[in-house]
Design a binder for this molecule. Structure first.
Ligand code: 2HG
Ligand code: ZN
Length: 462
C-alpha cells in the first residue's frame, strides 16, 4: 500500500468510509479559498462528527507528522483554511448544531460547524441576539470565527468574537481534549483558554464546541447613509460616532468608486444624485426607536452633504447592500489582494489618502478599493490588477500602515497571506514566546503549518 492509501484507510477507520473525501473534483471546494488566490493539490478531506473522532484524527496525524488544516465554512480571506502542501483537511461541517440555550441569561452552546446565521436565529428565538454579524453569516461557522477572531460589522458595540466566547472545547495538536464549557459567564482563574484559542488560526488545535455570550436584542433599529464632501470629514465623523451615539451598532466607511462598482455589479440605483466623496453608514439599535437620536447626531456632524435614512427593513437592506456587496463586486474585477488593517484614531484619513497613491506609484495599472469599519479606524484595502503572487504592493502598504503605527491585521488574521510580515506585528522576543505557546499545544507542528507563524518562525525547543 502507498503511504496515501495507508493514510486514507486509517482515516476511514476513524470517521467511517463515506466521510473521507478524496475524489479531486469533490474536494476542490475544500482546497480553494473564497478569493481563488490560494489553492492546493488534491488531498483527503476528513469529516468527523464528534470530538472523539477529531481527537483520533489528530492523534493519528501527530504520530506520523501529517499536517492538518482545520476548516469551518472556508470563508476566510487570508488563505488560512486551505491546504497548500498536501495537508489533510479536517472539516467541521458534520459537527454542527446549537446544543443548548440558557434562555433567561443569554448563553448558548454550539458545535464548531454551526453557522453564525444559525446561532443568530437560535438567539433570536429566545429573545436575544449574537454580537457578531458578518456578510458571510450563513456560511461562516462558530469554530472558524473563533479561530480567526472574526469581528464583522457590530464590533464597535459588542467587540470581536473574543468578547463573546466564554468557554471552548478544543482538541490540541497533541490530541488532548480540553474543555471548559461549564457555564460561567465570568472566569478569572488565570490563563484563559478561550482567549488563547480565539484568534490562534487553527495553529494550536481544533475548536470543537463553544459556549457563547449572547447580546441583548434591540428590535428597533435605524440606519442612515451619509455622504461627505471629504474623506477627512467622513473619517473624523466615523471615529466620533461611538462617543456621540451610545446606541450605535455599526459605523461603516466606503468611497465613491467602490459604491459605483457595487451599483454597476448588482444593477443598483445609487443612493444620491451626486456620487463623489466618502460615505458613512450608521446603524443604531435600541428598545426605543433611535431615529430622533440618530438624526440629531447626524445633524451635528461637520461636512455631511447628503443623508438617506431607512425606516423599514427593506430600505435598511438596500442601504446595507452598498456596503456589504463590496467584497463580491471587487471579485468581479479580478482576484484581489486583500489587506485588513487598522490605524490609531486620527490617522484613518491619511491612510485613505496615501494608500491608493502608493499602490499606483508601484503598479500603475492596479486599482485600490477602500472600505471598512470606520468606527474603529479599520480599513479593508483591496487591490486588483496585480498578479496574485506578486506581493510588492502588499509590502509597501503594510509598511505604510506600520509607519502610521497601525496593525497589519484588524480582522481577517494573518493566515498564509500575511505570515511573511508577522515581524511588523510582533518583535523578536514576542515571536519567540508565541512560538513556545504553539509548541506547548502542538509539539509536532502539524496544526495549520505555515499559517500565522512562518514554518521557520517557531520550534518545539523554543
Ligand atoms: C467586510 O468587512 C469583510 O466586508 C470582507 O471583512 C472584507 O473583502 C474584504 O476585504
Ligand atoms: Zn470587514
Amino acid at each position: 500500500m502507498t503511504p496515501e492509501e495507508t493514510l486514507g484507510r486509517a482515516l476511514r477507520d476513524i470517521v467511517g468510509g463515506g466521510n473521507v473525501l478524496d475524489d479531486p473534483e469533490v474536494t476542490a471546494r475544500y482546497r480553494r479559498d473564497w478569493t481563488g488566490r490560494f489553492h492546493g493539490p488534491p488531498t483527503p478531506v476528513v469529516r468527523p462528527s464528534s470530538t472523539e473522532q477529531v481527537a483520533a484524527t489528530i492523534t493519528y496525524c501527530r504520530d506520523r507528522e501529517v499536517g492538518i488544516v482545520p476548516q469551518g465554512g472556508n470563508t476566510g480571506l487570508v488563505g488560512g483554511s486551505v491546504p497548500l502542501a498536501g495537508e489533510v483537511v479536517l472539516s467541521l461541517d458534520r459537527l454542527a448544531g446549537v446544543e443548548s440555550v440558557t434562555a433567561h441569561a443569554g448563553v448558548l452552546t454550539a458545535a464548531a460547524g454551526t453557522t453564525i446565521g444559525d446561532v443568530q436565529r437560535a438567539a433570536r428565538e429566545h429573545g436575544w441576539d449574537y454580537g457578531v454579524d458578518l456578510a458571510s453569516r450563513d456560511t461562516a461557522t462558530v469554530g472558524g470565527t473563533i479561530a480567526t477572531n472574526a469581528c464583522g460589522t457590530r464590533a464597535v458595540r459588542y467587540g470581536d468574537t473574543r468578547h463573546q466566547v466564554v468557554g471552548v472545547e478544543v482538541v490540541t495538536g497533541e490530541g488532548v481534549t480540553l474543555s471548559n464549557l461549564g457555564g460561567t459567564l465570568r472566569d478569572n482563574t488565570g490563563y484563559h483558554l478561550p482567549s488563547i484559542v480565539t484568534g490562534s488560526e487553527g495553529t494550536l488545535g481544533v475548536v470543537t464546541r463553544a459556549r457563547l455570550r449572547l447580546a441583548a436584542s434591540y428590535s428597533l433599529r435605524t440606519t442612515a447613509l451619509l455622504r461627505f464632501g471629504s474623506v477627512g470629514d467622513a473619517a473624523l465623523a466615523a471615529e466620533s460616532i461611538r462617543g456621540l451615539l451610545p446606541t450605535v451598532e455599526s459605523v461603516e466607511l466606503f468611497l465613491a468608486d467602490g459604491l459605483e462598482l457595487v451599483c454597476a455589479a448588482f444593477d443598483l440605483a445609487p443612493p444620491f444624485t451626486e456620487t463623489t466623496g466618502a460615505y458613512v453608514l450608521i446603524e443604531a439599535a435600541d428598545l426605543r426607536d433611535p431615529t430622533v437620536e440618530l438624526s440629531e447626531v447626524v445633524g451635528s456632524l461637520p461636512g455631511v452633504v447628503d443623508v438617506a435614512v431607512a425606516e423599514d427593513d427593506a430600505a435598511r437592506r438596500r442601504l446595507w447592500r452598498y456596503r456589504e456587496e463590496h467584497t463580491a463586486a471587487i471579485s468581479t474585477v479580478g482576484i484581489p489582494h486583500k489587506l485588513d488593517v487598522a490605524v490609531p484614531p486620527g490617522s484613518l484619513a491619511e491612510l485613505v489618502e496615501r494608500a491608493p497613491l502608493l499602490v499606483s506609484s508601484i503598479a500603475p495599472r492596479a486599482r485600490t478599493w477602500l472600505f471598512g469599519h470606520g468606527g474603529e479606524s479599520a480599513l479593508h484595502i483591496n487591490i486588483t490588477g496585480v498578479d496574485p503572487d506578486d506581493d510588492t504592493v502588499d509590502d509597501a502598504v503594510l509598511r505604510l500602515v506600520g509607519e502610521l503605527h497601525g496593525t497589519i491585521s484588524a480582522e481577517h488574521g494573518i493566515g498564509r497571506a500575511k505570515a511573511r510580515w508577522i515581524e511588523l506585528a510582533h518583535g523578536p522576543a514576542e515571536l519567540q514566546l508565541l512560538g513556545r505557546i504553539k509548541a506547548a499545544f502542538d509539539p509536532s507542528g502539524i496544526m495549520n503549518p505555515g499559517v500565522l507563524l512562518p514554518r521557520t518562525g517557531w520550534s518545539a525547543d523554543g
